[in-house]
Design a protein around this ligand. Sequence first.
Ligand SMILES: *[C@@H]1O[C@H](CO)[C@@H](O)[C@H](O)[C@H]1NC(C)=O
Ligand SMILES: *[C@@H]1O[C@H](CO)[C@@H](O)[C@H](O)[C@H]1NC(C)=O
Ligand SMILES: *[C@@H]1O[C@H](CO)[C@@H](O)[C@H](O)[C@H]1NC(C)=O
Ligand SMILES: *[C@@H]1O[C@H](CO)[C@@H](O)[C@H](O)[C@H]1NC(C)=O
Ligand SMILES: *[C@@H]1O[C@H](CO)[C@@H](O)[C@H](O)[C@H]1NC(C)=O
Ligand SMILES: *[C@@H]1O[C@H](CO)[C@@H](O)[C@H](O)[C@H]1NC(C)=O
Ligand SMILES: *[C@@H]1O[C@H](CO)[C@@H](O)[C@H](O)[C@H]1NC(C)=O
Ligand SMILES: *[C@@H]1O[C@H](CO)[C@@H](O)[C@H](O)[C@H]1NC(C)=O
Length: 381
Amino acid sequence: MGLLSTILTIIAFGASSVLANNDALQPYTIYAYGINATFIPYGARITSLYVHDKNNTPRDVVVGYDDPAQYVQDTATNHTYFGAIVGRYANRIKNGTFTVGDTEYHVPANEHDGENTLHGGTMGYDARNWTLTQYNTSSVTFTLLDPSGEQGFPGAVLTHVTYTVTSPPRLTTRIVSVSLDDYTPIMLSTHIYWNLGAFQSPTVLNDTLHMPYSDRIIDIDSILVPTGGLSSVKNPWQSPSVPLNFTAPKQIYEGALYSQQCGEGCTSIDNAFILDRPPYSSAEDASAPVLQMTSADSGITLTLRTNQQSLQIYSCGGQNGTIPVKASQGNGYVEKYGCLVIEPQQWVDGINHPEWGQLDRQIFGPDSPPQVLWASYDFSA
Ligand SMILES: *[C@@H]1O[C@H](CO)[C@@H](O)[C@H](O)[C@H]1NC(C)=O
Ligand SMILES: *[C@@H]1O[C@H](CO)[C@@H](O)[C@H](O)[C@H]1NC(C)=O
Ligand SMILES: *[C@@H]1O[C@H](CO)[C@@H](O)[C@H](O)[C@H]1NC(C)=O
Ligand SMILES: *[C@@H]1O[C@H](CO)[C@@H](O)[C@H](O)[C@H]1NC(C)=O
Ligand SMILES: *[C@@H]1O[C@H](CO)[C@@H](O)[C@H](O)[C@H]1NC(C)=O
Ligand SMILES: *[C@@H]1O[C@H](CO)[C@@H](O)[C@H](O)[C@H]1NC(C)=O
Ligand SMILES: *[C@@H]1O[C@H](CO)[C@@H](O)[C@H](O)[C@H]1NC(C)=O
Ligand SMILES: *[C@@H]1O[C@H](CO)[C@@H](O)[C@H](O)[C@H]1NC(C)=O
């Protein structure tokens, strides 16, 4: 175990004895002028985020449940991953199989009748009870030690997730993961479902989406597993010819109601958009906004910056009006296209595509730098 790892472990468990109260469903709220956000240790997840709309009315703009116990029930039934951290490896792994060094590993293939792994296996980070390790009025940190061999992954991984709010209204997420004793894939993400209109309208179809650097998508097969191919959104496979071209602002319906590049029998957006950074900036440049979304109803604009190499965007095509919205959001249900999930992450299943040149950003050992996911969300109206 390296010195850094040892220190981090001591910090994690020293602090846990001070802060832990063993209630994974205890809400913790952080505040800054014009914003507040609430989290629970179960999945280190966000459960609400209030910002002000164009009329200065506070709106809760994330999807979730009122009663934290419902997240546990959700995991066992619909398994939406509402607001959770997903890992140790977010998104899909083909056949639940990958190779590190000379060893082939098999992890639980928990989706599509055993054809792929989704979000880290049957017991992903979204279903773990994280430890509260730091908490003050504007910032909260949750820590997880994922043991070696858990879900079939090699090596122990220690992760700290810090959420901070600042003014003008901004949420910052910072995820730092360290491999303690072996080489392993590490790719975490946040799985926040947004409805910036706080469900004044049942869908986000009229909202405007802009992803200036999303020139390419990762090609997928009928179960959303990468084929290895990469396509330009400006030169797509089928007509109408431009559904996934959000390089200039356009309304979400122009993509979600026309694109069928989201798995078999589906019309929606559920794609990994590659962030082709501006020329002359570094690959990890986090200064330029990579996504803007504006609600037609509330006038709230979200502006995202991140150091990650892609954005998985999901327009809630799988929702069907069976899950009620929170009391703060009225008395409707989460309908098809009722939300947009934005997952800043690395290239999905890059561990099975060395030809993409992404392994240095996805495989980590005890002598590697930590895996760091940084993202900020600015809100204005
Ligand atoms: C967050 O702000 C909203 C709007 O002002 C308020 O209704 C809510 O009670 C706040 N949350 C907490 C936990 O204080
Ligand atoms: C709605 O979706 C849930 C889970 O995604 C599913 O179990 C349920 O059968 C669906 N209901 C309808 C009416 O399609
Ligand atoms: C697919 O996964 C199964 C079960 O883990 C494994 O036995 C098989 O070797 C894998 N196939 C390929 C092509 O990786
Ligand atoms: C996590 O906490 C929830 C809520 O208390 C509980 O239902 C669940 O069993 C716990 N999970 C584990 C793995 O301890
Ligand atoms: C809260 O904790 C964070 C992270 O340690 C720190 O940066 C910040 O200054 C603290 N804020 C207050 C108000 O103590
Ligand atoms: C979208 O906008 C159109 C035109 O203003 C309106 O007719 C429609 O009801 C809106 N749809 C939603 C889901 O808000
Ligand atoms: C994609 O959007 C850009 C920016 O508006 C535009 O220049 C380009 O023509 C569009 N491409 C296609 C194929 O629609
Ligand atoms: C999905 O969520 C709804 C609403 O919370 C719930 O009634 C239902 O039992 C859940 N499970 C399935 C499989 O639909």
